[in-house]
Every structure is written in C-alpha cells, then in structure tokens.
Design a protein around this ligand. Sequence first.
Ligand code: 0O2
Length: 230
Amino acid sequence: MSEKEFYIDTIENLPALYNSDQDMRERFASVFMEFLQLQHLYQSAIEVVKTHLSIIDSEFSVKFQRNPIHNIESRLKSPESIIGKLQKKGLPLTPEAAQKNLLDMAGIRVTCCYISDIYQVVDLLSRRDDYVVLKQKDYIKNPKPSGYRSYHLILNVPVYLSSQKKYAPVEVQIRTMAMDFWASLEHQLRYKQSAALTPEISEELRECAERIAETDLQMQRLFMEISDLD
Ligand code: 0O2
C-alpha cells in the first residue's frame, strides 16, 4: 500500500466525507497526510531540544553538583489553536501557511532556579552550531507592559528522518520558577474572564510581577554570596 493509499484508507470512514467524490477524498487525504507529517516533524524537533537540555542539566550535576534547570515542559499547538491563529492573521488554512507563519507550533518551557541560569541556558542553546536562532526576545531586561518576564528563543532545529534532514522551528521560553508562577496565574486569571481585565486588575498584576522580580534578584544575590563562601 502506498503512503497516499494508506491516508485515503484512513479517512475513508469520516462522516464529513460520506458524500464527497474521489477527487475531494484525494485532496483531503493529501492535506491530512501533510498535517500528520508536520506534527511528527515538530514533535521530533521538541524531542531533540529536550534531550539536549537534559544532557546539559545532568552534565552540570556531574561537574558542579547542581542543576540549573528545575523543570522542562513541552507542547505541540493543538489543531484548533493553529486554525484559530491562521484565521486571526488572515492566512489560508493550509499546512504550508502554518509552517511558514507560525513559529510557535512546537513549544518548550524551561524553568530555572536563578536568573543567571536562564542566560547560561540561552548561551548554551544559541552556541550549538546545528541550531539556527531565528528570533530572540529578552522579556527579562525588557518586560512586557503586562509585567511578563521570560526569555524567548526561536530555534530552527534539524531533525534526521529516515531519508532526509528537515528543519523545524521550536519556541523555547526560559524563565525562573518565580517568573513562571506569575505567568501561569496571570494566564489563568486572564482566560477566566471573558472580557478584558480592568485597568485596576492589570495594574495590580503588574505590581505583583515587580515584587516577584525583586525577590528573584534577592535570591540571585543570596545564591552568589553563598557560592562565593564555598
Ligand atoms: P500559548 O498558549 O502560551 O502558546 P505571536 O506568538 O507571534 O503571536 P509575539 O508577540 O511574537 O506573538 O509572541 P511573544 O509575545 O513574544 O510570545 C508569545 C507567548 O509568550 C504567548 O503565547 C505566551 O505563552 C507568552 N506571553 C507573552 N506575553 C504574555 C503575558 O503578558 N502573560 C502571559 N502569561 N504570557 C505571555 P500564546 O500564543 O499567547 O499562548
């Protein structure tokens, strides 16, 4: 069975296609196949970066008896969310448009202990000669008006498939546990509300972010003082 026949067979029983002709089924199978292959490629790129990060973390553990990385999470953007974003940007709902315009379909979130760890992870990822840095945004030095802090890197990552090497972009968000605490709760609060947050609530959330940033700096200072004593 060819690849194409396999996908036509897979979609055969979809109720939405009961009354469609062979041409329509073939076109649908081809888009379906492209989306599945795209998802596989992006999931593989996530695995490449996660493995690399785990190796860095365990190396630090062996060399310096500490782990700069507290946690690593990842996600592939859901089809609903991809379609929503393409619609919002006025783009065609095709795998090519998604691949070309959405650089955050594959996402990794790294939480670190200290601010200095974030920059160390950024440096290690950006120095790898087989990754291409497509974009970087330092929302720690330049927080967003909401108070959001994090370092964002978009890396084009090579994936070695059975017959070829392909690149896929992966968005890596790197932040401290404290920054992550704020971002997660703020995100929850914002999406709990169907309407936009009032200016008063937004201002209070920004103030919380400032206080958390001060605590992060204090913890960083304490960490450096204690490390100097060793
Ligand atoms: P999700 O579900 O977290 O992925 P673009 O992504 O191209 O539309 P832009 O401006 O290039 O927009 O991206 P930006 O702002 O650099 O990064 C977007 C992501 O950062 C968001 O993804 C959030 O994860 C996070 N983020 C940015 N600003 C805030 C903020 O004020 N609060 C919180 N909690 N998170 C923020 P998505 O796609 O919105 O959602």
